[in-house]
Design a protein around this ligand. Structure first.
Ligand SMILES: [Zn+2]
Length: 427
């Protein structure tokens, strides 16, 4: 395969440095050279893409992805899609994420035990397009907690959204089962969730259960993530070394101090879009803003925004993404989280970009080779029409994302017909 040269681009490299003009050479699946102020137009041995001043930046990373949530209004409806249709849907969503410039995603639980694993394997073997993907199992739920959606008179595992356990031995068995299936991550539902009828500030899973689950996962080299909205559940994550903390809305001051003291060991992905949209945009699906549920989500939204601003000020790593895949928060709009980070949490546009790139490489477990445009790094790159630092919202627009490259190969090459942008695709 010929080398690929992006010339005449504005490089937003994901290191934190301000963008600069230059050229980037891709050789195989790696970034071979980053040239500043270069006006090189390449030579005959390489494919040259004249970026016409477009922004070249690292592919974005989604920190809390559920590829198999099928844009339905309830957990029950997601769980009840038959496996055949569900597999096809999940494959289509893998394509949608990379189409939208997300070249890596952290799986935050699948709706069926093996869905994530099968999709990850199909992506990696080239059968279907998709991002780099860390596969998860089903979310592990306590009986009666968030994720236990089977009706009381029909307690069949197949009917439930989460994988239901009760007690240390059952949770041990669940973790071992998912590891057998080939997951990269284990997901534990520590706290409640209002839409599931379990208060977000409740913590149904016990310390004993969490300890066993984490011990089993770590014994086999697997990472652990947790649904943790209550302050107590965030403390559990810190106590047990659960690396990836989802939500963390109600973390109180003392918990924030504990987290700040261990900030290099944890990532937080709040999933703000879920709170914003559920409290504001779900009326068409039975959750009007002035309903009891709408008001609960509005309260949590406001508290979570405050909590994330505090975390950000303390240098805790806050990342975008989370819980897209419901009717009122469909897959593909994930870059909205960056807009929320800027407008609600108080990040600068640069900090928001870094949360999706540099920190993204870190949460993927590959900070030394993923998430930046830097010599030797993996060539996961997007070409963007415009300046995301001037308007962070352009990252939500598929039309503005002119090209997507993963591992040195174009998922979407720049459109030759896009002459109005004076892009040239010369081979
Ligand atoms: Zn989630």
């Amino acid at each position: 395969m010929a080398d690929i040269l992006f010339s005449n681009v504005r490089i937003l490299d994901g290191s934190g440095e301000q963008p600069y003009e230059g050229a980037v050479l891709i050789q195989g699946n790696r970034i071979k050279r980053v040239e500043r102020d270069s006006e090189t137009t390449g030579d005959g041995s390489m494919a040259v893409i004249d970026g016409a001043g477009a922004t070249l930046m690292p592919g974005m990373v989604e920190a809390h992805t559920h590829l198999s949530w099928n844009d339905q209004p309830t957990l029950e409806a997601i769980a009840l899609l038959p496996p055949e249709e569900h597999t096809l849907f999940t494959a289509q969503m893998a394509k949608r994420y990379i189409d939208m410039g997300f070249t890596s995603c952290v799986g935050a639980a699948a709706a069926k035990p093996r869905l994530d694993v099968v999709i990850r394997n199909a992506i990696n073997s080239g059968q279907i397009p998709g991002p780099r993907y860390l596969a998860n199992g089903q979310e592990i739920a306590t009986r009666g907690g968030l994720g236990d959606t089977s009706p009381p008179h029909l307690e069949f595992p197949e009917l439930s959204f989460g994988y239901v356990v009760s007690g240390p031995e059952e949770i041990r068995a669940a973790v071992r089962r998912f590891i057998k299936y080939g997951v990269d991550l284990i997901k534990l539902n520590l706290s409640g969730e209002e839409i599931a009828g379990v208060a977000a500030e409740e913590t149904p899973m016990t310390d004993e259960e969490v300890a066993v689950a984490v011990e089993e996962a770590k014994r086999r080299g697997k990472r652990v993530c947790a649904h943790a909205r209550s302050s107590e559940s965030v403390r559990m994550c810190i106590r047990h070394g659960i690396e990836i903390i989802y939500h963390a809305s109600y973390a109180d001051e003392q918990t924030l101090d504990m987290l700040a003291a261990a900030k290099d060991k944890h990532f937080v992905a709040p999933g703000l879009a879920w709170l914003v949209r559920t409290s504001e945009d779900a009326a068409g699906f039975g959750i009007s803003p002035d309903s009891p549920l709408g008001l609960q989500y509005a309260r949590e939204r406001d508290i979570a925004i405050e909590t994330m601003a505090k975390m950000h000020r303390r240098g805790i790593r806050v990342l975008p993404g989370g819980d897209y895949g419901f009717a009122w928060i469909p897959h593909g709009q994930n870059a909205r989280d960056l807009e929320y980070f800027v407008n609600l949490v108080g990040m600068s546009p640069m900090e928001a970009v870094l949360s999706a790139t540099k920190l993204g490489g870190a949460i993927m477990g590959r900070p030394e080779e993923l998430g930046q445009i830097r010599e030797g790094y993996l060539a996961d790159i997007i070409l963007v029409d415009g300046d995301p630092l001037a308007d962070i919202r352009i990252l939500q627009d598929r039309e503005r994302i002119l090209a997507v490259m993963k591992d040195g190969t174009f998922h979407r090459a720049p459109d030759v017909a896009a002459d109005e942008r004076s892009l040239r695709w010369a081979v």
